[in-house]
Every structure is written in structure tokens, then in C-alpha cells.
Write a protein that binds this ligand. Sequence first.
Ligand code: S3P
Length: 418
Amino acid sequence: MTSFSVTGGRPLQGTIRVPGDKSISHRALILAALAEGTSVVGGLSDGDDVARTRAAVEAMGATCDGEKITGGRSRLHEPDDVLDMGNSGTGIRLLAGLCAGFPWLTVLTGDGSIRRRPMSRVADPLRAMGAQVDGRDGGRLPPLVVRGGSLRGIDYNLPVPSAQVKSAVLLAGLSAVGETVVRQPVVTRAHTEEMLAACGADLEVSDDGLDVRVRPSALQPFQLDVPGDPSQAAFWVVAACIVPGSEVVVDDVYIGPARTGFLDVLGRMGADVERVGERSIRARYSPHMEGTQVAGGEIVGLIDEIPVLAVAGAVAAGRLVFRDVEELRVKESDRVATIIEGLAAMGATVTYDDGGLAVQGEANLCGGEVHSRQDHRIAMALAVAGLAAEGTTVVDGWDAVATSYPGFERDMETLCAS
Ligand code: S3P
């Protein structure tokens, strides 16, 4: 187990670029594997999660040579071994959807965290399309065993608003007979449908963005420069807001509305944050932040940023309350428990009641020993808290950060150097 020590009080200054967006990176590799020819994809996330998806599509017959990925249905074949998706929920769920479309046996597994995460949400619709999907605990937990092929389209109402589930069903729908419709209760990140449309898939999205229809399609190869990951930018944005004397610009970052709910919440809290042009975010120290209420309908647009927003809430005045955060319990860790534990160890009070998470502000954050519980976003959020805390914070289980942001320490050093 590795640790990372952060000493508080050093302002963050400068301009930074974060790793390529993780959600877009997974999808780029999967769509390039399906596309008939060679796609060119630059700026992929350098984290372990995306490396696992790259290895998985290679195990199915796609070839990756630097930025060039050559795929096509006739090249793809049954993987000859278990696919180990590491810590990646997006990887395992999207791959389950992809593999369901082919007449193969695929076994998908991952680390201890993945093997505790719910898979019925993808297994149920894939079974309804005609795939055989089994797994531990009556088919609910990985390893997942998918025997695919001969799918038929379905009309599916998502029981949980999940872009991963939507994407798994759409990917399976590319290989199904007839039309597949996915209906969402709220709009989730739309990377899959946007990228499928760019590859020429036979696809329609309703005007309100909620319903997506796809029909069997051959995909065209594409060129893509993956923009920076707003969920990673959020760590530096919050750090700049809470450490006196800071000003940070995150350049070349994806700032689509389904991913930047955290900027809206910070804005409501009185933070000095702004979108600059089409691809940058500027954040400055914001001494007068105050908590706000985050409604259930907003959660899907900022779910991954709740750990670091909670840190902002602990420093701000008043209370920051997130409604309807049950989904947090089934992320890389039970984030309700790990946010409460980590921030309590640093002197802040966070409570969970009736599906809502409340962060009491004006905490005097102090250093100490905290644990990531092997969750990358918890590790990085606690490191950000450490920047605003008195003394030194030691984050144990730091190795988890390699799943999404291997260069986090280096970037912190760069920003704090002045
Ligand atoms: C993701 C969707 C979200 C998000 C995850 C990435 C994606 O998960 O939390 O980090 O790339 O589709 P859910 O689909 O489970 O909400």
C-alpha cells in the first residue's frame, strides 16, 4: 500500500492540462474496435482503467499501434482468456454490452471493488435482448459470463439513470435485429450516442435528450482528440477555490453541460469559477463560499465530483446538502461511508440521512492519516482537503489514483511550486 503526504497552505498557481476524459476514452477504444478500418485517437486517458479497455479490445482482435486503432466486425473474435477490467465499472459494463452482440463466450471480471458492484442493471436488459448473462450471487456480481449473439432490439426504460447502462444497451443494439430504444428518467452523459452518431450509426436522440434509438449499423473509422477530463479538473478547481492565494486555469477540458454540474454548484456557492472559451475553466481563491442545496435531479450531472465538492462544503460557510445520493453507495467504494470517514478524520462533520448527504461548513480541517479505501476519487479529494488543512495529511491507499490520474502528484507539485 502506498501513501501520499500533502502539506497544507501552499497556494496553487498556473495553467494545467488534465488527463484525457475517461468516459470518452473507453468509448473511443470500443467504437474504434467496431469501426471498419483504422481510427486515430489522441489524448486517451493514461489511467489503468482505460489501459484495461485497450487490452480487452486487443484481446478481441482489434490492433492498437500508438494512436492508430484498427477494428472491424470481421476482425473481432472471442477472447481466449478472462477479461480483467481492473477497477473500471465503465469498462466492465460497456464491454458486457459490446460482447453480448457477438456469438462468443466472454468472462469479465475485475478487482475486489468491481466484484462487489451491481451488474444486474446491465445483465437484465442484455438478457431481455436474448443474451445469456450469468455471474456470482445469482448473476448479480462479477465475474460475469456473457454468451452473446442473436439479439433482438428492446424498448427499455432505465430503472437507474446510468450512462453506463444506457451505453451497454446501445452497444448491444448495434448487433440486434430491429430497433433498440433506451429511455432515461433524466439525461445522463451523452458521449456514447454522440460518438456513435459521428461514426455514422443509424441512431436518433429525442429533442429532450431522454430517448435514444439505435438500429444495426456498421461504424466508420474516425479521428478524435480526447479532451481533458472535467472530473479530474474538478480537483484543481476546488483546490484553487479553498486555498488562499490560488488561481488555476485548466486548459483543453471537456465542458459539456452533462459533465459540468459541479461548476454550477460552485457558482451557487459563491466560488470564483468561470468557463473560459469553449475548453477552459478558471478558478480563483474564493473566501466567501457558502453551502447550497443540490437537488436529486442534479446529481447525475455531478455524481463523480461529490467527494471533492464535499471538501469545498467543509471549508465554506453554512451547509452543503446533496439530495438522493443512493448511487454513491455503489461506486468504487461506498462513497457515503468513505466521504464521511475521510472528512471526519480531518475534523469535518458529514451526515447521511434519508438519502441525503449534508456537509457542515466552517470546519477547521487538520492533517492526519486518512485512507482512500482503494477509491481514486476519495484519495484525490482527501489530498485536496489536505491542501487546505493545517499540518500534513497522509493519504493511505494512494495507489488507487493510478486508475484514473497517474500524474496527479506531479501536477500538484507543478501547481504548488510557486
Ligand atoms: C460513467 C458514468 C457514471 C460515472 C462513471 C462514468 C460513464 O456512472 O459515475 O464514473 O463513463 O458512463 P453510472 O453510469 O453508473 O452513473
